[in-house]
Design a protein around this ligand. Structure first.
Ligand SMILES: NC(=O)C1=CN([C@@H]2O[C@H](COP(=O)(O)OP(=O)(O)OC[C@H]3O[C@@H](n4cnc5c(N)ncnc54)[C@H](O)[C@@H]3O)[C@@H](O)[C@H]2O)C=CC1
Ligand SMILES: O=C(O)[C@@H]1CCC=N1
Length: 259
């Protein structure tokens, strides 16, 4: 089964890293970026039209404002039996189907960057012409990249806000904690080492099948101790309400981008 990834930016590269053992071709309009991907992953980089014509599966991994022009360019080169898998944020399957001929099998997906290390979270949803066999095919292809969850398309804007963007929120927290360590008097390299190891450790615990974030937090908070003092400070600055407002704003932005 041959796969073509159109768009080799942050997410295209992450998918490529995860899929690199398969038969993958990349299409990337920036020549410097294309050379980097080809030498780093040993994959062929091709022109758009032939790469789309020959592929069994075409991944669309461009920015939302580039997708209409891209679909117009490939409309004459797609064929029945091909699967179109979009990772384009905020772009409904209906607007992809409308720009392609026939009854294209379109699957909308929302991956996140940890797909590059096999620890991604990928939500998928089939368009009007995607069969359950098509969804099974996508699920099997993406399984090595992390957890694959099928959702209703109406849920994908919220999924985008939550797990699509989620790695950035954890990274922001890690950055803030590193600065906090410096503010508390630690040298920056030591603060970085401690925070990154703590993030990896907490991530591993939270990744176990019976993980319970509330129980983990409670287990760290000694009565009258240091951690509950820190959590009181965070809660008095409305950490939870801020996170909720941020995710809802991101969901609304995804909906707005799809209009
Ligand atoms: N970065 C992330 O964590 C995630 C991104 N996404 C989605 O993935 C898509 C891409 O995002 P990024 O990779 O972050 O953006 P990016 O800007 O890093 O990459 C897009 C790439 O597509 C290339 N490109 C644009 N039009 C092209 C065309 N016609 N032919 C070939 N190459 C073309 C650009 O040169 C660029 O390298 C977006 O729609 C985004 O919503 C989805 C989930 C997570
Ligand atoms: O920020 C964005 O629009 C994309 C979608 C999810 C993660 N990155």
């Amino acid at each position: 089964m041959s796969t073509t990834i159109v768009g080799g930016g942050n997410m295209g590269e992450a998918l490529l890293a995860g899929l690199s053992s398969s038969d993958v071709t990349v299409v990337e309009q920036s020549s410097s970026r294309a050379s980097y991907l080809s030498s780093r992953y040993g994959v062929p980089v091709s022109e758009l039209e032939p790469a789309v014509s020959k592929a069994d599966t075409v991944f669309l991994v461009v920015k939302p404002y580039h997708v209409a022009a891209l679909l117009d360019s490939i409309a004459g080169h797609v064929r029945p039996g091909q699967l179109i898998v979009s990772a384009v944020g905020g772009t409904p399957t209906g607007s992809i189907e409308a720009r392609l001929p026939g009854a294209p099998a379109v699957v909308r997906s929302m991956p996140n960057l940890p797909v590059s290390v096999g620890a991604g979270t990928i939500a998928i949803s089939g368009g009007r012409h995607a069969t359950s066999e098509d969804l099974d095919r996508v699920r099997a292809m993406l399984a090595p990249l992390g957890r694959v969850v099928e959702v209703a398309e109406s849920q994908l804007d919220a999924v985008t806000a939550l797990s699509g963007g989620g790695p950035a929120y954890f990274a922001l927290l890690a950055e803030a904690m590193i600065d906090a360590g410096v503010l508390a008097g630690l040298p920056r390299p030591l603060a970085e080492e401690l925070v990154l190891a703590t993030a990896a450790g907490a991530g591993r615990m939270l990744g176990s099948p019976d993980a319970d974030p509330a129980a983990l937090r409670a287990a760290v908070c000694s009565p009258g101790g240091t951690t509950i003092t820190a959590i009181h400070e965070l809660e008095s600055r409305a950490l939870r309400a801020s996170v909720m407002a941020a995710v809802v704003a991101a969901r609304d932005r995804s909906i707005e981008m799809g209009r």
